[in-house]
Design a protein around this ligand. Sequence first.
Ligand code: AMP
Ligand code: TRP
Length: 332
Amino acid sequence: MTRIVSGVKPTGHLTLGNYLGVLRRWAAADQDRGEALFCVVDLHALTVEHDPARVRRLSRQAATLMLAAGLDPARCTVFLQSHVDEHARLPYLLECVAVDGGMRRMIQYREKSARARAAGQSVRLSLLTYPVLMAADILAYRADEVPVGEDQTQHVELTRELAERFNQRYGRTFVVPRATRPAVAARVMDLRDPLVKMGKSHEATAGIVYLLDEPETVARKARRAVTDSGPGVSYEPGTRPGVAHLLEILSACTGAAPEKLAAAYNGDGALKAAVAEAVVELLRPLRARHAELSADPGYVDAVLREGAARARALARPTVDAAYAAIGLLPPV
Ligand code: AMP
Ligand code: TRP
């Protein structure tokens, strides 16, 4: 059976990018296509300056939103990364097959470390080793598929390299996984800057639609999206990225092709109004379900407890096998 693994970091409130890029298809397809595991990767939230109370709050909120988006504990496993020790046991072994040059080349490391330095903050060593932790998240479960947004492609590529190298040197232990991306909205852009990814931890929030934003806020952000002064509406990602991006969001909401949608609007005001309405309606049931689930924290706790137990049982034999393969004696 196909094994599917993915995760989301509790570093900020989840965004429309998270929903269209991953959450929606985890719920609509991935959880029914095989043995699927989805985790809140809380250990990853410690790679940048963080407030412990906020990470706790956001971890719970992310798990609740995953359930609100339609993940069903009867059909998949939902858990917190830090509840499963294997996620901390495996990375060290993978660090012993990773090389430092490869880690420093990771785009996300280069961007985030530059941002931290510019803000006068030190760069945590864990930011550099983060992709190894992510590789462990995936390899511990012998995942075949990793459904992610476009920005994670390089990390999944590294995961494949580490798996192949480990297998070659120490014997076949890991499955070499592949990334899967959504057909549209693999990279949802910031509404105020169509050249920048909509990211949950960015400081300027006017162009970021958070899943729990009030409908009026969502509509306002969509109506104030940055476009260009070109005539009418046309789908030209290279030259009209703002308009193209709005058409892609609308396409992700409605299922119609961006080119076709372009023909239906004669000005970008009408297009923005349509996007505002479509996104508000897309998120309405999610918000409602989140409110219901938040009123029952005992239920969410129980899901996470059972999820962690299932995940542990799946990961343990693979991590034990990796320990043995690399040359460590089993406990006597
Ligand atoms: P993160 O927000 O970095 O924890 O990402 C969790 C998942 O959502 C990853 O698979 C990302 O690739 C995906 N994702 C995050 N932001 C976006 C975005 N703006 N567009 C599409 N996918 C995204
Ligand atoms: N690094 C991913 C991100 O920033 C999150 C992540 C951590 C992940 N571990 C994972 C995604 C394992 C897929 C599989 O979005």
